[in-house]
Design a protein around this ligand. Structure first.
Ligand code: ADE
Ligand code: ZN
Length: 326
């Protein structure tokens, strides 16, 4: 069976990776030591054994705690560089990285430190690994829109170092329309727009992400299957869904991978992509997501080709460069 080799070897783009979610337990401990931080876990194994999640919030609590070891510009560089090495090994040739500045500025880390460290890693990824990369700044939706505006203001001196904005963190109770004004401002600024919607939240959140925030892609979006009119809208407008199968499994969105709806969404004609979300926490990078999902839901080489092509078509790679990939 040569399908797993095809999945591993085919060039692909990753469009849904929280760079703080690529922080492996070993690097968390190394950075804690470098920065003189005492962790509430005795060892790497003890930390990893705490990675047993029941829903999104149970994960977010430990994910924000893990990010607290990031202090210096070099810490952000080292985290992103480690991700790019893994991505290159999985034949990811293009990546669009989410980052959560508010997780760091709330601890007194300057946004300049965050953006400069991550951006330098993106530049080096191209030069050293042949991976093209760009950054998408995410607003934390459990915080206020006013806080999002403050974050945007702090980031604007580095406007040339990120290509867009997204919306993440706890979804239920924090609908996209809570951020209508700040997304309108980002749209005026010419930033690309995406949002997490329909991970745990209802199809209504996908509708308002599209119609109020005017996002270009939906992150997750798997709950769209509950709304036939929404399915039609997503198919007709070729709105990409950045689906993260191992994330959905670990956060109990689906009881097992065989019951994941990715194949149904793809066969319904939606622009589906496969992504890793928070690979250090969910037990798999891109090729793990591809090989395990294909085995579980029984997809074939044609599905593989469609998913790879979708990943480039849904990317924010400029039109001229896109021709090099598809
Ligand atoms: N932040 C990091 N991973 C996330 C996810 N899967 N959903 C919402 N916010 C996140
Ligand atoms: Zn995500």
């Amino acid at each position: 069976d040569r399908l797993p080799d095809l999945l591993r070897l085919m060039p692909k783009a990753e469009l849904h990776i929280h760079i703080e979610g690529s922080l492996e337990p070993e690097l968390i401990f190394a950075l804690a030591q470098r920065n003189g931080i005492v962790l509430p876990y005795a060892s790497v194994d003890e930390l990893r054994s705490a990675y047993a999640f029941t829903n999104l919030q149970s994960f977010l609590d430990i994910y924000y705690a893990g990010a607290s070891v990031l202090i210096q510009e070099q810490d952000f560089y080292d985290m992103a560089h480690a991700y790019f090495v893994k991505a290159a090994a999985d034949n990811v040739v293009h990546a669009e990285l989410f980052f959560d500045p508010q997780t760091h500025t709330a601890r007194g880390v300057a946004i300049e430190t965050v953006i400069k460290g991550l951006h330098r890693a993106c530049v080096d990824a191209q030069a050293e690994l042949g991976v093209s990369a760009s950054l998408i700044l995410c607003f934390l939706r459990h915080l206020s829109e006013e806080k999002a505006f403050e974050t945007l203001e702090q980031a604007l001196p580095y406007r040339d170092k990120f290509i867009g904005v997204g919306l993440d963190s706890g979804e239920v109770g924090n609908p996209p329309e809570k951020f209508a004004r700040v997304f309108a401002r980002c749209r005026e600024l010419g930033l690309h727009l995406v949002a997490h919607a329909g991970e745990e939240g209802p199809p209504a959140y996908i509708w308002t992400a599209l119609d109020v925030l005017k996002v270009e892609r939906i992150d997750h979006g798997v709950q769209a299957i509950k709304d036939p009119a929404l399915m039609q809208r997503l198919a007709q407008d070729r709105i990409a869904l950045t689906v993260c199968p191992l994330s959905n499994l670990k956060l109990c969105v689906f009881p097992d991978l065989a019951q994941h709806n990715l194949r149904q969404l793809l066969d319904a004609g939606l622009a589906i992509t496969i992504n890793s979300d928070d690979p250090a926490y969910f037990g798999g990078y891109m090729n793990d997501n591809f090989t395990q999902t294909f085995a579980a839901v029984g997809m074939d080489a044609e599905h593989a080709y469609t998913l790879a092509r979708n990943s480039f078509e849904a990317s924010f790679i400029d039109k001229a460069t896109l021709g090099h990939y598809i």
